[in-house]
Write a protein that binds this ligand. Structure first.
Ligand SMILES: Nc1ncnc2c1ncn2[C@@H]1O[C@H](COP(=O)(O)OP(=O)(O)O)[C@@H](O)[C@H]1O
Ligand SMILES: [Mg+2]
Length: 234
């Protein structure tokens, strides 16, 4: 569990360029930040400002062209590919804008699947399935299928799935964009509860000012750079 002023991630001078047609896009252009542990960090900024590219690098789905990235003392960019994949499977969870549950699996089976991928044993998993669905307020929906649930409920199952293997950090890329504001606020309230009860660190991108008010730490991006950083948590 993290102490009050711990830093979950140290990010130094990250760069990521894409070549599209004849032109070069600097999607992430020299980002240096520290993400506090056990807090909700929101990354905001207009479309194309580099939020998703940054999140994918932090979440080890993509590699930067230059820069340094450490989870606490662990320099994740110097790891071998298999070590980094293992680190990602165990320490990181993802929630996306488009809710990607498996339609043919119940809520419980969707959550269980994530833990199987992370290599957890069956006995350990069944207790954790109930615990995670209870954390998102869906303990009575264990055997329901995605089609039987609202968008907000499905996103809550996706959150239960993302936390099931007890990751250190959850990345949520516009998780409320397809929900109405009230449902979106409920989703963010669930993240805050997970932070309180499980000590998780959450990094979320959003356009919605209502969500930003709930953040401990707000980073604004523009043109691949951090243009503002308001941290209430340190
Ligand atoms: N795979 C890619 N190939 C080429 N350009 C990309 C790729 N991914 C992102 N970009 C470009 O990088 C910039 C930042 O994109 P992105 O990180 O998706 O921004 P945001 O999530 O803030 O909308 C944009 O100009 C986008 O077009
Ligand atoms: Mg994006």
């Amino acid at each position: 569990m993290s102490g009050r002023n711990d830093i979950a991630l140290h990010v130094r001078d990250l760069h990521r360029r894409f070549r599209a047609g004849g032109t070069e896009v600097r999607a992430v252009d020299g980002v240096s930040i520290e993400i506090p542990a056990g807090r909700l960090t929101v990354v905001k900024g207009r479309s194309g400002s580099g939020k998703t590219t940054l999140l994918n690098i932090l979440g080890l789905l993509d590699r930067p062209d230059a820069g340094a990235l450490a989870y606490g003392p662990v320099d994740v960019l110097r790891m071998s590919d298999p070590d980094r994949d293992r680190f990602r499977r165990h320490e990181i969870g993802f929630v996306y804008q488009t809710i990607a549950l498996v339609a043919a699996m119940s809520a419980a089976e969707n959550v269980d699947f994530q833990m199987r991928v992370a290599g957890m044993k069956a006995g350990e998993r069944s207790r954790r399935v109930s615990e995670c669905l209870a954390l998102v307020g869906l303990e009575k929906r264990m055997s329901h299928f995605p089609a039987e649930m609202s968008g907000g409920e499905q996103q809550r199952v996706a959150i239960a799935r993302a936390i099931a293997h007890s990751p250190r950090v959850i990345y949520a890329d516009e998780p409320t964009a397809e929900l109405d504001t009230m449902t979106g606020v409920h989703i963010v309230a669930i993240f805050k509860r997970l932070i309180e009860e499980e000590g998780i660190t959450v990094v979320m991108t959003t356009h919605d000012p209502a969500m930003m008010e709930l953040a401990d730490n707000v980073i604004e991006m523009d043109g691949g750079r951090v243009v503002e950083h308001v941290d209430d948590s340190l």
